[in-house]
Design a protein around this ligand. Structure first.
Ligand code: ZN
Length: 247
């Protein structure tokens, strides 16, 4: 008799933004949480000082990864005029350092990917190349009809939260969400490298197929080290300052 393989436990993460200290802390945390599979919602680069190192770490995981707007900006797949000045400065700086296999990897990323029972997209389904932000249940509502899987994991706002077609739980920032059969969910996993919900700790989510639950995890990392690299690279100081604020 062959034993059934244990259900997968996915570590889902994104908006790393060249922050290697945060990415290393998140990968360590996932290991200690017993994560068996990985998936990435994009924006590996931009803002932070280690874009190449972060791309190489994610590439080595050999997991599903989708394209983020900063990834697209760095490899010339989206117009950089739409970014604010600090973001654009970091993208232009990253364009100089990301080349070879890292650039090829980013250039080939899809907008949407599907894995076991879930979909990944950086911003939204329907029109992923428009980089629309979903902040409210009202904004989330129009995108559920494009979603074929029970769960769609997203990033982009850097704010961990969960939207659902289940009217009683249309929006939650609870730390753990039990998925109800028949309902659809859009789960924002927050940001590894530049959280914006007022909490500076790195953010990711664990999707546990054993009990169909999503859990948000926050991880401390060496913020001063990441800040120092940003300053030394000559990137806008605000990109260093905001890391300690989580805003
Ligand atoms: Zn981002």
């Amino acid at each position: 008799m062959r034993a059934e393989p244990a259900p997968a436990r996915y570590g889902i993460f994104g908006d790393i933004h060249g922050n290697l200290e945060a990415l290393n802390a998140v990968l360590e945390s996932m290991q200690s949480e017993g994560v068996t599979h990985y998936a990435c919602v994009g924006d590996i680069v931009g803002y932070g000082a280690n874009p190449v190192e972060c791309v190489e770490k994610v590439r080595a995981l050999d997991c599903k990864v989708v394209l983020g707007n900063h990834d697209a900006g760095v490899v010339g797949r989206t117009d950089v005029r739409f970014f604010n000045s600090a973001a654009r400065a970091a993208i232009e700086w990253s364009m100089e350092v990301v080349d070879g296999t890292s650039a090829t990897f980013l250039s080939a990323l899809p907008y949407v990917a599907r894995a076991e029972r879930f979909t990944l997209v950086h911003a939204t389904l329907g029109n992923p190349e428009h980089w629309t932000y979903i902040f409210s249940p009202f904004e989330a509502e129009s995108f559920f009809r494009y979603q074929e899987d029970p769960v769609c994991f997203v990033g982009h706002t850097h704010t961990p939260c969960c939207f659902s077609t289940d009217r009683l739980h249309a929006f939650t920032r609870a730390q753990r969400v039990s998925l109800k059969p028949g309902a659809k969910y859009i789960v924002n996993v927050g940001s590894v490298g530049q959280p914006r919900d007022g909490n500076p700790l790195a953010s990711y989510a664990i999707y546990d197929l054993a009990d169909d639950s999503v859990r948000f995890v926050r991880v401390p990392y060496d913020i001063p080290a990441a800040q120092k690299k940003i300053i030394e690279a000559g990137l806008p100081h605000i990109l260093a300052i905001r890391l300690e604020r989580g805003k």
